[in-house]
Design a protein around this ligand. Structure first.
Ligand SMILES: Cc1cc2nc3c(=O)[nH]c(=O)nc-3n(C[C@H](O)[C@H](O)[C@H](O)COP(=O)(O)OP(=O)(O)OC[C@H]3O[C@@H](n4cnc5c(N)ncnc54)[C@H](O)[C@@H]3O)c2cc1C
Length: 307
């Protein structure tokens, strides 16, 4: 029987592990299929306070893990495939093993949707990104491309004009899901060039280890061409990793956990942390902050119960 099981080993889960471990609760962290979370697929992180020269994403999240282990946190391989939150202790299945716990912190993140091109995955963190706030700064004076047709694509494109010499916005249709106000703002921005009815067929250059360009196709005319690009931003949404809790934890229509205040979910004793509940900020520091909040709530909750 565990005091607290933390689902996810990104910034949110690892920070919750540091706090609950230092509180003597011996947390168990389930790492998931993406150990270290989203930071483990990026390169330089320049906006996490405390690292004036920046730090590599995998190193940052590994440091958090080591820090938690130093205070007694345990880390377990595998993903949660099933959960029974109908009564306490809660029961969760990690691969083939059922585990019981008094409290649970869900820090399973929200995975970015990618276009789905083979080279795209190989170039994540090397010119391919899903986060303008995180990586826009690296493309000062460079050619930037944004893929998407919703509000977040418009927002990212507008934001990226602060850095890029030009921003090409690629969308596979000529109509947009984005709200009129966001679309109008993007259209009024002289640095944004719209490429509608257009899809990305390939990204170069895996051998060089950086993005140098893309192959594009107009879906109406079938015209194919190559275009130079330095930064390739995918803004087609995120998928919160909450499928295993469906019907038990309240979420919005997209699957983001609906907070009941602080780090509380609708199930007493189950708490949320990080991007799995956050469709607005989605940063390493906010995820870590949320992990801290969830841990403090767990400590107080268990203490009130006399554990
Ligand atoms: C390319 C890229 C670059 C970025 N750069 C920056 C940056 O420079 N600065 C910054 O502040 N932010 C950056 N971000 C954003 C930042 O990485 C996220 O905001 C942060 O990682 C969110 O932390 P999290 O712990 O909530 O979720 P995640 O990091 O997504 O971690 C989720 C964890 O949950 C686990 N998991 C999922 N499902 C299950 C399951 N069923 N069972 C068990 N475990 C599960 C996963 O394996 C993973 O370990 C970047 C993101 C990307 C994609």
């Amino acid at each position: 029987m565990h005091n607290v099981v933390i689902i996810g080993s990104g910034c949110a889960g690892n920070t919750a592990a540091v706090y609950t471990a230092r509180a003597g609760l011996k947390p168990l962290v389930i790492k998931g299929r993406e150990a270290g979370g989203q930071l483990s697929i990026t390169s330089e992180v320049e906006n996490f306070p405390g690292f004036p020269e920046g730090i590599l994403g995998p190193e940052l999240v590994e440091n958090m893990k080591k820090q938690a282990e130093r205070f007694g946190a345990e880390f377990m391989h595998g993903a949660v495939l099933e959960a029974d939150l109908s009564k306490r202790p809660f029961r969760i299945r990690v691969e083939d093993e059922w585990i019981e716990t008094l409290t649970l912190i869900i820090a399973s993140g929200a995975s970015a949707r990618w276009v789905g091109l083979p080279n795209e995955q190989k170039l994540i963190g090397k010119g391919v990104s899903s986060c303008a706030t995180c990586d826009g700064f690296f493309y000062r004076g460079k050619k930037i491309m944004v893929v998407g047709g919703g509000d977040s694509a418009m927002e990212e494109a507008n934001f990226l004009t602060r850095f890029g010499s030009e921003v090409a916005l690629v969308h596979r249709r000529d109509t947009f899901r984005a709200s009129k106000i966001m679309l109008d703002r993007a259209k009024a921005n002289p640095k944004i060039k719209f490429l509608t009815d257009t899809v990305v067929e390939d990204i170069f250059d895996v051998e060089k280890g950086e993005v140098t360009g893309v192959k594009l196709r107009n879906v109406v005319t079938n015209h194919v061409w190559d275009q130079d690009v330095d930064g390739f931003f995918v803004a087609i949404g995120h998928i919160p990793n909450t499928a295993v809790f469906r019907g038990q934890i309240l979420t919005d229509e997209d699957g983001y956990i609906l907070s009941q205040g602080g780090a509380r979910t609708n199930v007493t004793g189950v708490f949320h942390a990080g991007d799995v509940q956050d469709r607005t900020y989605r940063q390493a520091i906010t995820a870590s902050g949320a992990g801290c909040m969830a841990a403090i709530e767990v400590e107080r909750f268990l203490e009130a119960e006399g554990h």
